[in-house]
Ligand binder design. Structure first.
Ligand SMILES: C[S@@+](CC[C@H](N)C(=O)[O-])C[C@H]1O[C@@H](n2cnc3c(N)ncnc32)[C@H](O)[C@@H]1O
Length: 320
């Protein structure tokens, strides 16, 4: 909860503290589903890394020579408790974690559009295991707060930062729906891989606008469909086998959403088709992946017969 000290008086600190405590009381129960992640996270936090480097494609936490082979085996076992690893790559005391997503590629695409993050208060909504939060530390932000309701990802981040000890990084078991409590708190908000999971995307964008400081920046990345018309796909059940998918927009549709929600200086700065080079099964994620979501006879379609996914990146600002 140390992050409250970095938030302005406009934050509803009482309500945030209450939500935080409610989730801590829930996750601290002695239940198998929580202990399976909490225990390895606590074990890994016993190994503070002397050397951390988040400036390259692989987030490096500790060097191989900092620990002996026995400890390395123990650490590898604890890290495996967080499988399937979705985001990465990481290297932990010389153990290479090849995650399902090549997240460094997304980060490289963001770099040309990144505002100055130094001394800024930043939120990463749906931060997963914090790969992008670690990458942000290179710019020396004052605070990066990860919102992540999944217990698995929450503890995976806790495990990684228990070793990396990046002081500006914090996480809470909160969701995008808690943003109205953070009125005018953030200079920059990242919303990546989340909006197509929201039943009401305009309300989500408005909540983000509320949580931005005047002049603040939203960086949004999402699954998309190709096309020049301002339309969104609304799948019957799943999209690319993913349940809980609501609106999958084209680039022009997403820009219209941003403008209608009240953002200014909106621009689409990157779009690309998804590729099995980017999201694939690995030793650390041994379930189905992108290739299994695509029609084997027509790579332009998903298994459901919808247009195969693209990814698009937009930036918008709150009026100063
Ligand atoms: C597709 S992943 C994207 C992860 C990461 N932001 C990225 O772009 O690679 C969606 C993430 O949002 C999280 N999530 C689920 N429900 C959420 C909610 N209500 N608010 C915020 N994040 C949520 C999931 O647990 C997951 O980590």
């Amino acid at each position: 909860m140390h992050y409250l000290a970095h938030l302005p008086a406009s934050a509803d600190s009482t309500a945030i503290a209450r939500e935080h405590q409610k989730r801590q009381d829930w996750v601290n129960q002695q239940k198998k589903g929580f202990l399976r992640y909490r225990q390895p996270a606590l074990e890994l936090a016993k190994y503070p890394a002397a050397w951390v480097d988040c400036s390259g494609d692989t987030v490096m936490i500790g060097q191989a020579e900092e620990i002996g082979d026995h400890d390395r085996q123990l650490i590898a076992g604890h890290l495996k408790a967080f499988m399937p690893w979705r985001k990465g790559p990481f290297s932990v005391f010389g153990i290479d974690i090849d995650a399902e997503w090549r997240s460094e590629r997304k980060w490289q695409r963001l770099i040309p559009a990144l505002p100055d993050l130094s001394d800024k208060v930043v939120a990463d909504i749906g931060c997963n295991n914090g790969y992008y939060m670690f990458r942000m530390t290179d710019a020396r932000p004052r605070l990066v707060l990860g919102f992540e309701p999944s217990v698995q990802h929450y503890y995976c981040f806790k495990a990684l930062n228990g070793m990396a000890r990046c002081r500006s990084l914090h996480i809470d078991l909160l969701g995008v729906e808690h943003l109205p409590l953070f009125r005018e708190c953030f200079d920059v908000i990242f919303l990546m891989g989340v909006i197509y999971h929201r039943p009401s995307p305009i309300d989500t964008l408005r909540d983000i606008l509320t949580a931005l400081k005047p002049g603040g920046t939203l960086l949004l990345e999402t699954q998309a469909i190709p096309g020049d018309q301002p339309v969104a796909l609304f799948p019957e059940e799943t999209y690319a086998k993913v349940p809980g998918t609501y609106f999958v927009p084209t680039g022009p549709c997403l820009l219209n959403w941003l403008k209608k929600a009240g953002y200014v200086a909106c621009e689409l700065f990157c779009s690309h088709p998804m590729s099995p080079l980017e999201q694939r099964r690995t030793e650390w994620m041994d379930f189905e992946s992108f290739a299994d979501y695509i029609d084997p006879d027509d790579s332009a379609l998903t298994t459901e017969g919808y247009p195969a996914p693209w990814r698009i990146f937009v930036r918008g600002q709150k009026k100063a």
